[in-house]
Design a protein around this ligand. Structure first.
Ligand code: HAM
Length: 562
């Protein structure tokens, strides 16, 4: 019996989807497919190609791109250690968890564990599973030294019957725990909480800067965040996203060097970026309209200059954040615990607060629009002009700062109806400099991600659910001769893309018709001896009960009619 199997007399465990995850089932999945198909169609008309990055990546990729201080990275990622060094991991875990040793016998076991840990580490280095570098060699030497000292303490404890140097032993145990915990036994990987970091990683890995620029990519698939589940918020959720990446040419880099007078070429470059931003947003709104999303509202903002291609300093944003922080310090006592913490970690995020009592305080804080540098102002004005030109309606929202670190200049969010408090159905923004931060060439970027679960919820709330999954034709057959014809008929109809239910066993006609209507079939094809002999098949329309006799070709023609 396998380990998890129920013992005799015990009820077997009832498995359920893990909290925050769920099964997507028919007929809902038909709506999911329709939405995804619409994305494929709309995005390809704007020149985007699909990318399918892996679902897990090194944790460090997300930490660096999304930001180590963000909620996503600091508390919501599903992270694993990937390593084949099970023995080493086991001994490392043991030594790093021992805090105090109570008896001579326990000390003997501890000493053995120390030498096993040193031995396993040495084996891993010798076999090449871990790098033969100074750090690992020093750790091996240290563990062996600790082992020898522990051995001495043990011998004296055994001889005298008492522990004379408790402090020394505690210090050794403490030090060994720290040393063991620091042994690097493999890569930490995380399930992706979002896909922009992966797309940038792929852009660098596949040298996409050598392709015609900009490179336009879209993706769809599951993302993972350990958030508190509620309506519209899941731990496995789905995003449909798109990214535009553009390598910055050296002559463009020159235009924006500090101290260089911004000329007409620089203005044109900013206008080009704005046009890219606006076209991406236009594509997004077109997609939502094609899906039939109702009450979609677009909020936009500019959060200033964060990563100019040349020096990577937070130019106008840094100055603004400094001012904001100073003002927040003055009202600190009136803010809640979360906002107080954010004054230190990320003051911009205070603007995101939904706490009612904080709203009048936030309204009085300095606004970024009043602190943008000339370049950011020009860019933001161009984005708005470009959106007007395209007939895209928007609302300016100075508090839209977004929860990921990589944004600069344009940020935007779309909210939709029927979603309660989790009403953001899409978020995005510009992230020039992110590719560089991940080790790539100077590159500009902008993108968005749609929360597909929320989009579907909103469509369903507005009555866009597809009808229950039905069949075009139910084949009611009787007799072995008719069965062979039924199999052939099913094949022909399916190859004409009709959905067909062929019962695997003979059924009385009355029973067959009952099942046909239960399955929501449009027609029943009745095949008995008479039909087989005459070659004229009986087709019953279930909605009105009418019947007609049709030859095989006539039947196909009839069913294909819309
Ligand atoms: P985000 O705002 O973190 O941005 O997520 C985008 C959208 O994903 C949200 O507006 C929401 O609809 C949906 N979403 C997020 N978390 C959950 C959840 N736990 N359950 C259900 N839906 C959720 C990003 O992920 C960025 N990568 C967007 C981006 C792409 N920016 C530039 N390029």
């Amino acid at each position: 019996m396998s380990e998890g199997a129920a013992k005799k007399g015990e009820r077997p465990r009832k498995f359920q989807a893990i909290r925050g995850t769920r099964d997507l089932l028919p007929p809902d999945t038909a709506l999911w497919n329709r939405v995804e198909q619409t994305a494929h169609e709309v995005f390809s008309t704007y020149g985007f190609g699909e990318i399918r990055p892996p679902i897990f990546e090194p944790t460090e990729l997300f930490a660096r791109a999304v930001g180590g201080e963000t909620d996503i990275v600091s508390k919501e990622m599903y992270t694993f250690l990937v390593s084949d060094l099970d023995q080493l991991i086991g001994w490392r875990g043991y030594i790093s968890n021992v805090r105090e040793i109570q008896s001579a016998n326990a000390l003997e076991v501890y000493e053995a564990a120390l030498s096993y840990l040193a031995l396993q580490l040495q084996k891993a280095v010798m076999s090449g599973e871990l790098p033969d570098e100074a750090r690992n060699q020093a750790t091996i030497a240290k563990l062996n030294r600790h082992g020898a000292q522990v051995r001495e303490i043990f011998v004296r404890w055994k001889e005298s019957g008492q522990l004379e140097n408790r402090d020394e032993l505690d210090r050794l145990v403490d030090d060994a725990a720290t040393t063991a915990a620091a042994i690097c036994v493999g890569d930490e990987i995380s399930l992706r909480p979002e896909a922009t970091a992966s797309v940038c990683r792929a852009y660098i890995e596949h040298n996409m800067q050598q392709l015609p620029q900009p490179v336009k990519l879209y993706y769809m698939g599951p993302m993972f965040r350990r958030e508190r589940p509620q309506k519209g918020r899941y731990r496995q959720f789905y995003q449909i996203g798109a990214e535009v990446l553009e390598a910055v040419r050296p002559d463009v880099l020159e235009l924006f060097k500090p101290g260089v007078q911004r000329d007409i070429k620089a203005q044109k470059e900013l206008a080009k970026d704005a046009a890219i931003d606006a076209e991406l947003i236009e594509m997004l709104m077109t997609f939502f309209a094609k899906c039939g999303l109702q009450g979609a509202e677009l909020d936009i903002n500019s959060i200033g200059h964060s990563a100019p291609p040349v020096d990577g300093k937070n130019v106008c944003r840094r100055a603004y954040v400094g001012k904001l922080k100073a003002e927040l310090e003055k009202v600190k006592d009136q803010l809640g615990a979360d906002s107080q913490r954010r004054i230190e970690t990320n003051p911009l995020r205070v603007l995101d607060s939904k706490l009612e009592h904080e709203q009048p305080i936030i309204e009085k804080l300095p606004r970024i629009a009043d602190h943008l540098c000339d370049e950011c102002k020009t860019h933001y004005a161009s984005v708005k002009r470009e959106l007007d030109l395209r007939g895209v309606a928007y609302r300016e929202n100075w508090r839209l700062v977004r929860g990921l670190d990589y944004y600069m200049r344009t940020t935007f969010e779309i909210t939709a109806r029927g979603l309660g408090s989790q009403n953001a159905v899409c978020g995005g923004g510009r992230y020039d400099g992110l590719v560089e931060l991940l080790g790539g060439p100077p590159t500009k970027g902008i993108g968005f991600a749609i929360g597909e679960d929320r989009l579907i919820l909103s469509l369903q709330e507005s009555g866009k659910s597809p009808a229950a999954h039905g069949r075009d034709v139910y084949i009611a057959w009787m007799g072995q001769n008719a069965y062979a014809t039924a199999i052939r008929a099913a094949k022909i109809l399916r190859s004409a893309s009709l959905s067909v239910e062929l019962p695997p066993v003979e059924q009385k006609f009355g029973k067959a018709l009952e099942r046909a209507s239960k399955l929501n079939s449009r027609f029943a094809l009745i095949l008995g001896d008479n039909e087989v002999q005459s070659g004229e098949w009986t087709l019953k329309t279930l909605a009105d009960g009418s019947q007609q006799k049709l030859s095989e070709p006539a039947l196909l023609e009839y069913l294909r009619k819309p």
